[in-house]
Ligand binder design. Structure first.
Ligand code: GLV
Length: 309
């Protein structure tokens, strides 16, 4: 019984080191080394070629390399009896919080503008916003969204969160459902998207949503590129309703060199770096799920195939 590891383009040495350190007894295979597919019972995957798991008749469980599982939900060839798990890791959640904090502060102090001035050799001052001037709205109040929202609230920001359904009481004001979305948006001077990508949330950041944000609102996308209706975002910035956006995720990735986001003065780009999964931190939970799957025990961080997250 063995684990198949697949993540095209990723340097996997740190992953195999960390997985062997967590349990040296479990054989690990890359797809090109699998001689007997019947031995593969567990897979660790990110952006695998669709349909590739059909050749593993004894596969029981697939773990995502990260928090998101849209890359697995997209593959309609994964039979429903195969369980899907994701990574929940305090380091990953906290990296998302730190990155969100950095971007909110960058927006308040208009740091992107100073970078542009520097590139032109311009000595020019302009005003800025203070923490108390804005409300922050976090879309998605799952494990990561809740950590980011609570962290920003604890730093001293006025934070609200929005999720699909009612949830437990939080330190920040939490809204839910379509009926409370507009009220949530109207208080979101900075909107941070941390939703999972599902058939319900695809394209959710569209013109209608953007127009419900307060004037001069700023949009931060740390979810998935496909959450955003790209032309709507550009139009709403160009018309002056939204002051700008920071985008860390794209569809597709890498963002093609000819894409208008690269050169838009209101848009800052980072290459999907809000949090990078640390193999040493998550290898123990991958191995624990491998053992649980072997023993037929309930898995940790199980994903709902129906809800798609
Ligand atoms: C990163 O985008 C992840 O899903 O972990």
């Amino acid at each position: 019984m063995a684990i198949l590891i697949i993540s095209p383009g990723r340097n996997l040495k740190r992953w195999t080191d960390a997985l062997y350190a967590a349990d040296p007894s479990v054989p690990l295979f890359f797809p090109e080394h699998v001689k007997d597919p019947a031995k593969i019972t567990f897979a660790l995957a990110w952006n695998h070629p669709k349909g590739m798991f059909r050749s593993c008749p004894n596969l029981r469980c697939i773990s995502s390399f990260g928090a998101g599982v849209d890359h697995l939900m997209n593959d309609t060839d994964i039979p429903p009896y195969i369980e899907i798990v994701r990574i929940i890791d305090p380091l990953l959640s906290n990296d998302m919080f730190e990155f969100s904090l950095a971007l909110v502060m960058k927006h308040l102090r208009k740091l992107s503008r100073f970078c542009r001035y520097q590139s032109k050799g311009l000595w020019k001052k302009h005003g800025y916003l203070r923490m108390t001037d804005i409300g922050i709205g976090i879309m998605g109040t799952g494990v990561i969204g809740n950590h980011v929202a609570s962290g920003l609230q604890n730093v001293g920001f006025r934070v609200s969160g929005w999720g699909r359904k009612p949830g437990p009481k939080r330190v920040y004001k939490r809204y839910h459902g379509a009926e409370q979305l507009d009220t949530f948006l109207s208080a979101s001077d900075v909107l941070i998207n941390l939703l999972p990508l599902t058939s319900q949330t695809k394209g959710i950041i569209n013109r209608s949503l953007l127009m419900k944000l307060p004037p001069d609102a700023y949009v931060v996308n740390l979810g998935r590129g496909a959450h955003i209706a790209e032309e709507d975002l550009i139009r709403t910035i160009d018309e002056g309703h939204i002051s700008g956006a920071h985008l860390d995720v794209f569809d597709p990735e890498p963002l093609p060199g000819s894409h208008p986001f690269w050169t838009h003065p209101g848009i800052d780009i980072t290459p999907h770096v809000a949090s990078l999964t640390d193999p040493r931190s998550v290898a123990p939970q991958v191995m624990e799920n491998y053992r649980r799957a072997e023993e037929g025990k309930p898995l940790k961080n199980l994903v709902s195939r129906e809800l798609e997250y």
